[in-house]
Structure formats: C-alpha cells, structure tokens
Design a protein around this ligand. Structure first.
Ligand SMILES: [Zn+2]
Ligand SMILES: [Zn+2]
Length: 284
C-alpha cells in the first residue's frame, strides 16, 4: 500500500487564481483524512477523485475562516447525497474553543434550506460527530484506526489561541501538517525524520522592508518565514517539504522560485515542492 498527500488548497484569504483555500488530504487505502476545509475544498476533493462519502474524518487546525469556510459545504454536500451513498455523520476533530464553537453553529444559517430539503428528499437533518480536544504543547494521539494514527500539538499562531499541527503515521511513514504557525520548536519536534512536511510559508525575510508599517507586518508575524522554515526542515531531517498557504501567492514560476531560494538559503537540501493545488506526494 502507499500513502499519498494531496494539497487540496494552497491559497490564503486573499483570492488567487487556481488556488483554493487551505486543505490537505492524506490517503492510505480506504482511510481518507482531510485536514482543514478552506474555500473550494469540495471541488478540489472531487477533482482528486474523492467523493464526500469517502471521507473517513476531517481535522481542523484552527478557527481562521480560510481554514473552515468550506466546512459547511463538505457537511451539507455529504448530507445532500446521502440518499445515494449512505455515510452517516462526519467525524470532525478540532481544537476546543473557537473552532469547536464555529462547528457547533455553522449549519444554523442553513436551517431553512435543511427544513425544505427534509420536506422533499432527506429523511433526517445533517449530523456531525464533533470531537473537540484540548490543545497541548506535547503531541497527543487524538485518532487511530486501521493502522493509521493522528496526533496533534499546539503551535504558535498567536493571537489565535487554539491552533494545532497534526502528525499522521501510516505503515508507510509519517506526514506532518503545520496548519498556520510561526516557525516553532513544536513543529520541529513533530517533524523529526518525517517523510513529508506540509508547512505554511510566508516570505517574511524578503518582504520585511516592504511590509514595515502596514497591516501585513502584523500578519507576517504569525506566519512561517520561509528562510527560518528551511532551517527547521534541515534540522528535523524532513524528507520532502511541501510549501502551502503561500504568502504572497506566486502567480508564475519565478514567484515560486523565490520561495525555493528562501528555503535553500535557510539550509534545507532535501526534496522541496512549492505547492500547487492537487500536487500529490507519495510515500511507500
Ligand atoms: Zn490562520
Ligand atoms: Zn490561514
């Protein structure tokens, strides 16, 4: 068997052609785990050949809208097709706090649509199985099935209080998904000898002067500087670094090359991919 890692979205809140919102799909056999559901996630999953009914579980890194705005779309889409593929409720794992509160209320604005559909085809309202967990600075296993485990660790995306990275272990190897964070020790420890690290990337060093005194200066402060990220990936011994959540989103190969140069400057010599939507890495 092989494990595959597919970027279902490499974009950020500011829209960019060809880049859906944050999301990563990890597949091992029948196990299909989705991490975050930003703008356009349902479309990208469909393009990746994954039906909503096939999702095993969905994990959220934090409550920022660019990571959860596609979540009602996943849940409602799965529900609406339930008479074709009976799936039952979606298991949703998320940090306690704002993300869990969002999930608890996210279907409320759709109440009228849900009621109308139940008058026609649907027999029961959409159902979620939310599992909220407390963020911790040491990795904690939060999910395990069929030889696959998922651990979560708190990261540094302050002022967002409850943000996590995830580590997925399959019989083929290890995948780490940073979520949104500054370059931090927690992700470095989590990524030790990881086969694939999917990490958010922000060209802080290159653009420091350009953003000084603008709102971007504050925004850049809680994202991962590409140069420092190169150092992290080198020290951790990461096999393949996939950059995602690209700030600013590159729109040509030269723009992508600048991300690569930053990471190499930071010292990383392993396999490096500047993420594009639906880019897939294979382990095993
Ligand atoms: Zn964020
Ligand atoms: Zn984000």
């Amino acid at each position: 068997m092989t494990t595959t890692v597919t970027l279902t979205g490499t974009g950020v809140p500011i829209p960019s052609p060809g880049r859906a919102g944050a999301g990563v799909l990890v597949r091992y056999g029948e196990t299909m785990l989705q991490f975050d559901a930003g703008r356009g996630t349902v479309l990208r999953l469909t393009e990746a050949g994954v039906g909503l009914h096939e999702l095993t579980a969905l994990f959220v890194t934090h409550a920022h809208s660019d990571h959860v705005i596609g979540l009602p779309d996943v849940v409602l889409g799965r529900w609406i097709q339930d008479h074709v593929w009976q799936t039952g409720p979606l298991d949703l794992h998320l940090p306690a706090g704002a993300a869990a509160e969002f999930a608890a209320r996210m279907l409320d604005p759709y109440a009228a649509d849900i009621a109308l559909r139940m008058e026609h085809v649907q027999e029961a309202p959409p159902e979620l199985r939310p599992h909220a967990f407390a963020c911790a600075s040491e990795p904690r296993e939060i999910w395990s099935r069929d030889g696959v485990t998922v651990e979560a660790v708190a990261v540094h995306h302050e002022p967002v209080p409850d943000a996590v990275a995830y580590r997925v272990r399959t019989p083929d190897g290890t995948v780490v998904i940073s979520g949104d964070t500054r370059v931090c020790d927690e992700v470095e420890m989590l990524s030790r000898n990881a086969d694939v690290l999917v990490h958010e990337a922000c060209r802080t060093t290159a653009l420091r002067a350009a953003v000084a005194g603008t709102p971007f200066e504050k925004i850049f402060a809680y994202h991962a500087d590409t140069v420092a990220l190169g150092g992290l990936a080198m020290r951790a011994g990461v096999g393949h670094l996939m950059l995602t959540h690209l700030i600013p989103a590159p729109d040509d190969e030269a723009g992508e090359g600048a991300f690569e140069q930053d990471v190499r400057l930071g010292g990383y010599a392993g396999t490096l991919s500047v993420g594009r939507d639906l880019m897939t890495a294979t382990i095993g």
